[in-house]
Ligand binder design. Sequence first.
Ligand code: NAI
Ligand code: MG
Length: 348
Amino acid sequence: MPKIVTLPGDGIGPEVTAAAVEVLREVAPDVTIEEHAIGGGAYEDHADPFPQRTRDALKDADAALLGTVGGAHDSAWNKLPRHLRPESGLLALRRELGCYANLRPVRVLPGLEHLSPLKAEIARGVDILIVRELLGGIYFDQDRRINGDTAYNTMRYTTPEVERVAKVAFWAAEQRRGRVTSVDKANVLEVSELWRRDVQALRDRDYRSIHLNHEYVDSVAMLVVANPSRYDVILTENLFGDILSDLAAVIPGSLGVMPSASLGDGAGLFEPIHGSAPDIAGQGVANPAAAILSAGMLLRHGLKRPDAANHVDRAVAIALREHPTRDLGGKADTRTFTHAVLEALGTP
Ligand code: NAI
Ligand code: MG
């Protein structure tokens, strides 16, 4: 029986995670769900934002569903030494799971074009999946230094690192529209030359049905907002992916509908991209769509149950249209929205 660890965390985390768990129980009743502590609450109760008991529970888990961590900007947690703050718990969690591929879908769901800052005819139907390498490149390389008026960092990738994340992108494209755009800066960077060569070789060897093209990151930064519909899967390295995924996040227009997944060799980590929203926490009005869609990604990528995942995606789209939450200009609270999703799941 698959086992999922839920980590509700702080602020609206427990509210939106509870909604996602209700949905999971409905579509995957055979799955064992175990709740554990992380973040500021975990520090209060266990003097550690990533307690040993949580760490142990993840060892035999098939996937982890995270809520959010962190307090208000004036929270006492922010005055703690850095390693005891809520965010340290989250970083330790990501390291522990060894998740090297970060997946961020950028979708404008039908009927929600008006939320996008882009023109409706450009936003309509956008459905991109950004696959970002998460454990390598310039953020992690230890060959780094600042000394007087000189500083350097090193961008380094190896073929195995490129191949393992590229496989995730090709695999995802096979479930989608079969197109991968690999993003690099091969006209000036040797690392990008290797990246491009290895991604192309992998495609030619094992993924002949995928249409692969290569584009430069500066050009993609313009095209992804000017003409987002030209993309299916975007595959890129850590630094470029960090910037492009935040840029693309403006397209749907609301944080409350954006899920994410981080995949590695072990259990994957699934979480909404929004924070703990202290301004609305405890009021029962948070939009649980991002958390529920993250549970959908867990079904798709963590448990390899694409039918259940599609079922959840469809139900969320219906609920968003019929019972929009306050962040989307509607009136539905967390309860009403969750009910609407459960109801839509029940109707074939
Ligand atoms: P935030 O994402 O929590 O909130 C930004 C704005 O969006 C707020 O007005 C909030 O009410 C609204 N919002 C966010 N999610 C919503 C939802 N599901 N439904 C309705 N409205 C929603 O970002 P902020 O305020 O910068 O950070 C608050 C705390 O969250 C901080 O402690 C921060 O460190 C933490 N944080 C945690 C993250 C995580 O756990 N992965 C990610 C980002 C921030
Ligand atoms: Mg970032």
